[in-house]
Design a protein around this ligand. Sequence first.
Ligand code: GLU
Length: 476
Amino acid sequence: MTPIRTRFAPSPTGFLHLGNVRTALFAWLAARSTGGSFVLRVEDTDQGRYVAESEAAILETLRWLGLEWDEGPEVGGPHAPYIQSLRVDLYRSHAERLVEAGAAYWCTCTPERLAAMREEQQRNHRPPRYDRRCLGRQDEVAAERAAGVPAVLRLRMPEGTTEWDDAVHGPLRYDNGEVDDQVLLKSDGFPTYHLAVVVDDHLMEMTHVIRSDEWIPSTPKHLAVYRALGWEPPRFCHVPQVLDEQRQKLSKRRGARTVLEYAEAGYVPDAVVNAMALLGWSSGTGQEVFGRDELVAAFTLERVQPSPAVFDPQRLDSLNGLHIRRMSTEALMEALEFHLPGVSREARTRLVPLLRERMVTLRDATGLAAPLLGPAAREEGAALPPRRVSAAVAARLLDDAAREVEAGGLDDLEAMRHRLTEGLEAQGVRARDGFRVLYIAILGRPAGLPVFDAMAFIGAEESLRRLRAARAELES
Ligand code: GLU
C-alpha cells in the first residue's frame, strides 16, 4: 500500500461542523490506513472572512476527535510554516513564474466595470466570466500598475479540455472555454485560495488532495496552474457533501451544531468519528459500529461514494450510547467529570456501572445521577401511590424495604429484591408496578437508575430517611 500524504486545509472562517470535519476524518483515515502522513494547514489568506478564535477552535476540535496531525500548526514539520498568511512571499514568487510562463496576466479592470459585465452576462443568461479585456493590453496595464492603479493577477485559462481521474467521481472532463480566468493575486497582493492551495499542495508534497466536491469546478483551474509550473498534480479525491435531514447542505446558518457543541452536549469522540465515517463511506460488509482502529483497518478511498450523504442525528445518538457502553470504567469516569462537576473520582467510579447502560449522551448523567448526589427532587406527576398500586400495598412495601435496609439488605441487593418481589406477588401485585413506589421514594420519579443500586449508592441511612419520608407522605 503506497503511503498517502494528504492534508486538511480549513479556512478559519468559523467553527467546524460535522460536514467540514468529515472531510478531515477521511483525510486522516486515508493517511493512517496507509501508514502515510496527515498534515494540517490553515488557509487564512482571505482576511475579510477571518473569524477570530476559529483557528484555535479548529485545532481544539481535531484534538478532541483524536485526529492528530503529523505536521502543522503547533506541531511544526519540514514544510513550516503551515499557516498561509505566513507564506505570502512564496505565493508571490510563484505568481511571478506564472506571469513569465505566459500563464497569468495582470488586470486593472475596476470593480464597477466587472460588476457591469457580470450584470450584462446575467441578463443574457451567460455564465459570469472575465472577458479578457486586459489580456490584449498588457503594456498599458503595466504602465497603469507603475502609476499605482490597483491590479489583480489572473490565470490565463488555456484552450482545450481538462480531464482527470477523480478517486471518488471517476473520470471528469471540463471544457476550458467554460472556465473563468481566475484571480490568483488580489490587488492587496494576497493570493486567492486557488493559487495558495496549488503552491502549498505541491511544496508540501501531497500525494492526494481530499476535499469537498464543491471544489470540483475549481479543479481545472488548479490543474492549469500545476501544468504551467511544470508540476505533477496530486490525486484528487472529491468527497460528497453532507446534507441535513431536509437534504440541504449542512451549514451553521441552517442550525448545524459545531463539533465542539456536540462535545459539550455529551457526545463522545469515538461515536462522532464513527457516525462521520458512515457519511459517504461504507465498509461493504454491513458493519456499522467501528472503533477507531477498526476504521483505520477498514477504510479505503475507493469505497467513498460520490453521492451526497445525509446526516441522521438518531444514528449518532444510538452510536453514542453504544460507544459509551464500550468505554472502560476509568475512561467513562474521566469523561463524566465535565457533566458531574464537583463529584469525586471515587463517587464517579461507583456511579459508572449504574449510569453506563442508561446514557445516550454523557450529559444524561447529570439528570440521572442528581437524585443520588443530593436530595431527590420530586418529578412532576410522580405521586404516591402510583397508578395501579393501592396505598396499602405501597405502605407495606415501604415498611418491608425499610426493615430490609435496617437488617443489612443493601449488602445483598439481589436477595433483597427477591424477597420484596415475593412480598408483592403474594398480594397479587406485579413487581414492576410495585417497585415504582420505591423509585418515587428513592429517586423522586417512577423510573431511572436501578433503584436497588441507587439505595446502595446513597447508603442505608439516607435510604431509610427517604423510605420513611415517603411512608409519612402516604399517611398524610
Ligand atoms: N480552505 C479550503 C476550505 O476550507 C480548503 C479546500 C481544499 O481542501 O482544497 O474549503
